[in-house]
Design a protein around this ligand. Structure first.
Ligand code: GLY
Length: 290
């Protein structure tokens, strides 16, 4: 566990999360809240065509259609919004925020989520790139790489007012069944925030993560006094003991507490996560539990 030297802290999953953290920090510096920061952070990965597991350029489902999941959570009032199996929208994280802010619901899925996004003024775009279309055509013939690509972007942030937020966005498992929904849009699984305690976000295989309500559990462990690192390890050890997949369960987590202490870990040693805590963005590696 490390403690941030400044009140404002942003943590994101994976090495590519460094660019997301930079965007989130920029938002905070402009006077944005932690909620604004986690939205702008996730948006960077969503717009990157080179990222095969988030948004534009994400690996499609077995029909060759990119279906994305995203969720956002804001500590004050424990507010949340999410979208699942959404098609044709560049920034699902912003649609999730709109669900939270202007609809009476927490989660919208499929066609209804797309209709809501269009009604809210989001533009329809094709999330499939020429490259991912060609890869899908190869997959149709070979079926190689099924279920790959779970490098979800998860961002957690603490702002100078002491409020916490989290975001999560993904195109999900590569070549998934149409309509398959992972952990990312599920509050408590892909992300969770308790403004009095901390925030967590997950990456990995949704089918593993959602069976353990992973992020709720991590925040609950922090509420019991565990550090962010200890809270992540505790959840992972519990999965290691209980799950038939054991160490092959694909779950990695980042966590941040109310005091600005942060941590991250995957099952195996070396899970990379990006952090900005008062200084420049660094990529750290989790200790693992195996
Ligand atoms: N963790 C992202 C997914 O499995 O969909």
């Amino acid at each position: 566990m490390e403690t941030g030297s400044s009140k404002e802290v942003v943590v994101a999953t994976w090495e590519f999360g460094a660019a997301c953290v930079d965007a989130a920090v920029h938002t905070l510096k402009q006077g944005g809240t932690a909620l604004d920061a986690v939205e702008s952070g996730a948006a960077v990965a969503e717009a990157d065509p080179a990222n095969r597991s988030v948004g534009f350029g994400g690996t499609p489902n077995r029909d060759g259609v990119v279906q994305v999941d995203a969720a956002i959570m804001w500590g004050p009032g424990r507010q949340a919004g999410s979208v699942a199996a959404l098609e044709g929208i560049l920034h699902p994280i912003s649609v999730a925020r709109r669900v939270m802010e202007v609809s009476p619901h927490v989660m919208l899925a499929g066609e209804g989520a797309a209709r809501f996004a269009l009604e809210q003024g989001f533009e329809e775009v094709d999330l499939l790139t020429e490259e991912t279309r060609k890869q899908w055509e190869v997959w149709r013939e070979t079926r190689a790489g099924e279920g790959e690509n779970h490098d979800t972007i998860g961002v957690v942030a603490l702002d100078s007012a002491g409020n916490l937020a989290a975001s999560c966005s993904t195109s999900g498992a590569g070549y998934k069944f149409p309509g398959r929904v992972g952990d990312s849009p599920i509050i408590g699984s892909g992300l969770y925030v308790d403004n009095d305690v901390g925030a967590a976000a997950a990456t990995g295989l949704g089918e593993d993560i959602m069976r353990y309500c992973a992020c709720y559990e991590v925040v609950a462990q922090m509420a019991r006094g565990h550090s962010p690192d200890e809270a992540c390890s505790s959840l992972l050890r519990s999965v290691l003991e209980k799950d038939p997949k054991g160490a092959d369960a694909s779950i990695s987590l980042v966590a941040l507490n109310k005091e600005g202490a942060y941590g991250g870990s995957g099952m195996q040693k070396g899970f990379p996560y990006a952090v900005a805590a008062g200084a420049e963005t660094r990529v750290l590696r989790g200790a693992g539990v195996v």
